[in-house]
Design a protein around this ligand. Structure first.
Ligand code: GDP
Ligand code: IMO
Ligand code: MG
Length: 425
């Protein structure tokens, strides 16, 4: 398989975990390049259901090398828990899971600050973060006050954490939140670091050696384009670059190592947390999508906001990521809809928008311009061959590709590994 970069093209939860798992069969190395345990990537294989937060979704294919790249912020205790749970379920991680020594650590004070800052915001201003400490950890990285995974077993870790905590406790007190005890913080981090030590390595070298040896690399994005710190609906975004540009800085592999970009996109749209969402459905139709699509956060359990497919977002994502093919997921969720709408443009203050405006105040007021398509009113989730899909379902998928200008690569009609059609990848 050509080296493939897989990105989320909407607001996350597009089914990236499922598609990465499906493509892992052809890859030698699977690498996550950004985000942290804010991600929740679900994979269903028969009766088994896995939700991965930090570990790449390739881990479920025996023998595949999995890398947590330098671009992540890693909660050491959360990662220990995830590895132990995988091991208890018979998934081996020793010798095949590698953690970048350059990745940053999420320390308990990052999570406390994340929660305290959110609590202070008004309802309209709340980002609705996952409270996994992502923003504060990336802020420390950029501020050059972070702690890297390779430094966790350093003899002066306790001194560093004590100094950092003094400052963080002042901030917590200002926000009216409880302060943290240095000894408890140090003990938690040190204990997790001891467990993770054998996994921590120079993944930049490891990945480049694999690349030079012509191994096939699969890049796994977390979150989605509209949550990107640069290209998303700022400030209602995450603090990293889920878009394809993030893959190089988050792994240390050069741009020419990426040979193909696959955009994962749902046949409709969802979003968790605050911020504008032009095609959101606040009625029974939205409720129906939530129910049929089981749209509840894989990390926080929050109900996901649901709406129609947004081709403005799809075109914008295709543009900023250089998407070669779509992996369209969750087509089956629309099986019972008589009529399906697709947003082809926005209108605001009498002006038509064919791409996503940067201004959040404009986007908040944008009204979708819809085109309607007939539903197929037939179950698709048991279908195992693309040819057997109802004609109207195929026509809808083709319409999504046409309005967004990207051809179909993969199509998915159930959470299962088996109901995935490979069209052009
Ligand atoms: P990710 O964060 O992009 O990996 O996506 P999540 O795992 O958070 O959410 C996607 C959800 O949709 C998961 O529960 C998947 O099991 C499920 N899913 C993935 N593909 C399909 C599909 O084609 N049909 C249905 N019904 N569910 C799917
Ligand atoms: P996966 O990888 C959906 C959202 C949060 C919030 C915003 C910022 O499963 O697609 P953060 O905790 O990152 O500071 O929260 O981003 N968010 C996600 N939404 N899927 C995700 O990951 C998300 N990760 C973060 O809900 O709105
Ligand atoms: Mg998810």
């Amino acid at each position: 398989m050509r080296n493939t970069l897989l990105i989320g093209a909407q607001w996350g939860d597009e089914g990236k975990g499922k598609v990465v798992d499906f493509l892992s069969q052809d890859a030698d190395v699977v690498v996550r390049y950004q985000g942290g345990s804010n991600a929740g990537h679900t994979i269903e294989i028969g009766a088994e259901r896995y939700v991965l937060h930090l570990v790449p979704s390739g881990i479920l294919y025996p023998g595949k090398t999995c890398v947590i790249g330098n671009g992540l912020v890693i909660d050491p205790a959360a990662l220990v828990k995830e590895i132990k749970e995988l091991n208890e379920r018979g998934i081996n991680t020793t010798g095949r899971l590698h953690i970048s020594d350059r990745a940053h650590a999420v320390i308990p004070y990052h999570k406390a600050l994340d929660a305290a800052r959110e609590n202070k915001l008004t309802a309209a201003a709340k980002i609705g973060t996952t409270q996994r400490g992502i923003g504060p950890a990336y802020a420390d990285k950029v501020n050059r006050t972070g702690v890297r995974m390779g430094d966790l077993t350093d003899s002066n870790l306790a001194v560093t954490l004590t100094a950092r905590l003094a400052e963080k406790n002042e901030q917590l007190a200002l926000l009216g939140a409880p302060t943290l005890d240095a000894a408890a913080v140090i003990a938690e981090v040190q204990q997790a670091a001891e467990f993770l030590k054998p996994y921590i390595t120079d993944t930049v070298k490891l990945l480049n050696d694999a690349y030079k040896a012509k191994k096939s690399v699969l890049f796994e994005g977390a979150q989605g384009t509209m949550l990107d710190i640069d290209f998303g609906t700022y400030p209602f975004v995450t603090s990293s670059n889920p878009t394809s540009g993030g893959a190089c800085v988050g792994t240390g592999l050069p741009p020419h190592a990426v040979e193909r970009v696959l955009g994962v996109i749902k046949a409709y749209t969802t979003r968790v947390g605050g911020g504008p969402f032009p095609t959101e459905l606040l009625d029974d139709v939205g409720e129906g999508l939530r129910k049929r699509g089981r749209e509840f956060g894989a990390t926080t359990g929050r109900p996901r906001r649901c709406g129609w497919f947004d081709a403005v977002v799809a075109r914008y994502s295709a543009m900023v990521n250089g998407v070669d093919h779509w992996a369209i997921t969750k087509l089956d969720v629309m099986d019972e809809m008589e009529t399906i709408k697709v947003c082809v443009a926005y209108e605001c203050d009498g002006k038509r928008y064919d791409t996503v405006p940067a201004s959040i105040s404009i986007l908040e007021r944008c009204k979708p311009v819809y085109k309607e398509y007939p539903g197929w009113m037939t179950p698709t989730s048991g279908i195992t061959r693309y040819e057997d899909l109802p004609a109207k379902a195929k026509a809808y998928v083709q319409a999504l590709c046409d309005v967004s200008g990207v051809p179909l690569g993969v199509l998915s009609v159930s959470p299962q590994r088996s109901s995935t059609f490979r069209i052009a990848v």
